[in-house]
Design a binder for this molecule. Structure first.
Ligand code: NAD
Length: 354
């Protein structure tokens, strides 16, 4: 349906895309007017971070390899102290959403410019949103200082992402686009980005699963991740993200896997209210119900299908429902406790969405 009224805003972000583009990072440091980059990674990606630092012709001031899931504030404090002690003038984050999150958390506190080189499809690099954890509580803050200035998308870096993580990370990205279709503050451009992002994953994800080394297909999925992340940075998220934040925050379920399981169910729930806005999902994935369409696609690509397989106890479903309906995000269909409890039961068992 044509949208007759809207507001739109997009961030000033420089993007370079292509196989091998990571080798251009020194140019990007120069372009920022910087000479002392602090390279960030998780512990498993420390070797790559060291190699990258070594390739910067003396423009690496240091390497900090302790990025962790959900951006714990004590790790951030250590990274800020490290950045200060080596007199860093910019940040280079090499990794997935956890490493990007650390870079954003340091930038939020220091206003250092950021170059992000994503190695998953999470899309955090394209948003001004930071989620961080203190004493087991995850909070979210949005600030222009958090928005990374430069993103280098290099498909060659994503080939090492194991197939199972490839699938869940892709569905994590697709969830941003799916919810963007009915976001209260959507606009025609965010809708176009969402549709193209979903289409890119539909086209390329099966090829990547067939051959994880396929650089062309990896590139197309990374392109999808850029679009889906950009959309996440432009519009508000709804029921699906609320459910995932509840399950991740209060029950410690893994981030991308939870998105993969919940997505078809949350979309089926909202399709009852806004089937017209979700029609692009049926057009792209086939079928007549957007939730079913996504369920079939997720099944085809071998995604996890049940919350019980992610470690959630059946006895936790009542509390999950209570938490999910408290302080709900704006949602196109009223978020009702009984209906959400049913949704959770079905998602827990791994049955098709209702
Ligand atoms: P992740 O960054 O935690 O990565 C998971 C693991 O995979 C890590 O051990 C990492 O080192 C490894 N890894 C990453 N890329 C790899 C590759 N190419 N090859 C081999 N191993 C690789 O996982 P994620 O799903 O990318 O990020 C999840 C985090 O990002 C969550 O904390 C989530 O809240 C956050 N996030 C934030 C936003 C935002 O806009 N603020 C958006 C999306 C996700």
């Amino acid at each position: 349906p044509f949208q007759s009224q809207f507001e739109a805003q997009s961030a000033a972000v420089r993007v370079r895309f292509g196989a091998g583009v990571r080798h251009r990072i020194e140019e990007e440091i120069d372009r920022l007017g910087c000479i002392r980059a602090l390279v960030l990674s998780t512990p498993p990606q420390a070797d790559s971070a060291m190699d990258m630092a070594a390739s910067l012709n003396g423009k690496a001031a240091g390497v900090f390899t302790k990025a962790a899931m959900h951006t714990p504030v004590d790790v951030t404090a250590e990274a800020v102290a490290h950045a200060t002690s080596v007199d860093a003038d910019c940040l280079v984050a090499l990794g997935g959403g956890s490493t990007t999150g650390l870079g954003k958390a340091v930038a939020y506190r220091t206003d250092l410019p950021q170059i992000v080189i994503p190695t998953t499809y999470a899309g955090s690099e394209a948003t001004a949103i930071l989620g961080q954890t203190e004493d087991g509580v995850k909070t979210t803050v949005t600030d222009p200082k958090i928005q990374p200035e430069v993103i280098l998308y290099d498909p060659e870096l994503v080939v090492t992402l194991p197939v199972a993580m490839t699938v869940t990370s892709a569905l994590n990205a697709m969830a941003h686009a799916a919810e963007a279709l009915y976001a209260v503050n959507r606009n025609p451009v965010s809708t176009m980005l969402a549709i193209e992002g979903l289409s890119a994953f539909k086209r390329a994800l099966p090829k990547v699963i067939d051959n994880p080394q396929d650089i062309e297909a990896r590139g197309e999925t990374l392109y999808g991740a850029w679009l889906c992340g950009t959309v996440l940075g432009q519009v508000g998220m709804a029921l699906h993200h609320k459910l995932c934040h509840t399950l991740g925050g209060s029950f410690d379920l893994p981030h991308a896997e939870t998105h993969a399981v919940v997505l078809p169910h949350a979309i089926a729930y909202n399709a009852r209210a806004v089937a017209d806005l979700l029609q692009p999902i049926c057009d792209i994935f086939g079928g007549t119900n957007a939730g079913q369409s996504l369920h079939t696609f997720a099944n085809t690509v071998g995604a996890p299908m049940a919350l019980k397989d992610l470690g959630l106890e059946e006895g936790d479903l009542d509390r999950t429902a209570d938490l999910a309906v408290s302080k709900p995000y704006p949602n196109p269909r009223p978020v009702e406790r009984d209906a959400i409890r049913t949704l959770l039961q079905v998602a827990w068992a791994g049955d098709p969405p209702v």
